[in-house]
Ligand binder design. Structure first.
Ligand SMILES: N[C@@H](CCC(=O)N[C@@H](CS)C(=O)NCC(=O)O)C(=O)O
Length: 325
């Protein structure tokens, strides 16, 4: 695990010493947008017009942030339009790898061995962490974006005129409500589980743990009276929560010490999770082999034996009963 400094790979983990043992996630650096006409989006430069076949996604099937983009690719009917390469589950001294003998598709564009080589193809002197997902422009040979929250917004509407899929997971009249819940879910839950797992001091861990379960309890109450996070409409906010919930009992409870309770033990959150899992096309994007193997095998500072647990064997295909709400 490491990062690029002036285009050179360095094997170095996050330094929590400067932050009282707290894990601080770095902001994504590459923030351009694909738009229907190629004009600039809310951040970054212009020149990324929506075109079928022009863009490529680099993902890990283990990663909850990359998982969002795979779900949107599926739900928005973009599988033919946007090609994908999947990294191996193990993220070791060279970071994310394309090892075809280890559950990777290989790099379909350049056949390189490591994800950091994609970042240095974009910019030979790149400095920063080498994260997935990455959205690549095959036409101009550069990274469009490495921020999943923005990649899913582009996928939500930039290609609609080409695909005729007008399903809208961020409708204007719900935008404020979605942004508000996203903010809470991001800090306390999506990133909250990482703050628990990567904390290196007891207080830092306990603070993240308490905030995580306060937030989950709040969502349990909310989902006891409404079907989805912002009411009766399924939105982006639900998909952003889903990718953390589906990893929770398999990984975060044990590996990240988020063990106050499992998602299975929450009557409403567990039914909600099953409903989202059973949404047409979504189960195909969930790969528990990659999920469990990645976390338990890669984070040797947390799990030095690299043993991957066999359980928990939750049945996400069981009836969800959410249609009663
Ligand atoms: N802000 C990014 C975060 C992505 C991210 O942190 N991905 C993780 C995998 S789950 C990663 O690649 N980590 C490698 C590292 O931090 O060195 C996004 O949401 O797109």
């Amino acid at each position: 695990m490491g990062l690029l400094v002036d285009g050179k790979w360095q094997d170095k983990w996050y330094d929590t010493k400067e932050n009282q043992g707290k894990f601080k996630r770095e902001s994504a650096q590459l923030r351009n947008w694909i738009t229907p006409d190629g004009s600039a989006g809310p951040t970054g430069k212009d020149g990324f017009k929506a075109e079928l076949g022009r863009y490529h996604l680099y993902v890990s099937l283990a990663c909850p942030w990359a998982h969002r983009t795979l779900i949107f690719r599926k739900l928005k009917g973009l599988e033919q339009a946007i090609s994908v390469s999947v990294v191996s589950p193990d993220m070791l001294s060279e970071g994310w790898e394309f090892d075809k003998d280890n559950h990777s598709t290989g790099d379909h564009l350049f056949d390189v061995s490591f994800m950091h080589q994609i970042y240095t193809k974009h910019n030979p002197t790149y400095s920063g962490r080498v994260t997935v997902p990455v959205l690549w422009d095959k036409k101009t040979n550069q990274i469009v974006s490495n921020e999943s929250a923005e990649i899913i917004r582009m996928m939500n509407d930039a290609f609609d005129h080409l695909t005729d899929n007008h399903e809208d997971f961020y409708p204007a009249h719900l935008a404020d409500a979605i942004d508000e819940i996203n903010d809470e879910v991001y800090h306390a839950i999506n990133n909250g589980v990482y703050k628990c797992g990567f904390a290196t001091e007891q207080d830092a861990y306990e603070e993240a743990f308490d905030n995580l379960f306060i937030a989950l309890d709040k969502l349990e109450a909310r989902l006891s009276i409404q079907r989805y996070l912002v009411g009766s409409t399924l939105t982006e906010a639900d998909w952003r929560l889903f990718t953390t919930l589906i990893r929770f009992d398999a990984v975060y409870v044990g590996h990240f010490k988020c063990n106050h309770r499992t998602i299975e033990s929450y009557p409403h959150l567990s039914g909600y999770l099953r409903e989202l899992y059973q949404w047409p096309g979504v189960a195909d994007t969930v790969d528990f082999y990659h999920i469990k193997r990645h976390y338990y095998f890669s984070h040797t500072m947390i799990n030095p034996t690299q043993i991957v647990p066999k359980g928990p064997g939750v049945d996400y295909s069981a009836p969800h009963n959410r249609d009663r709400l």
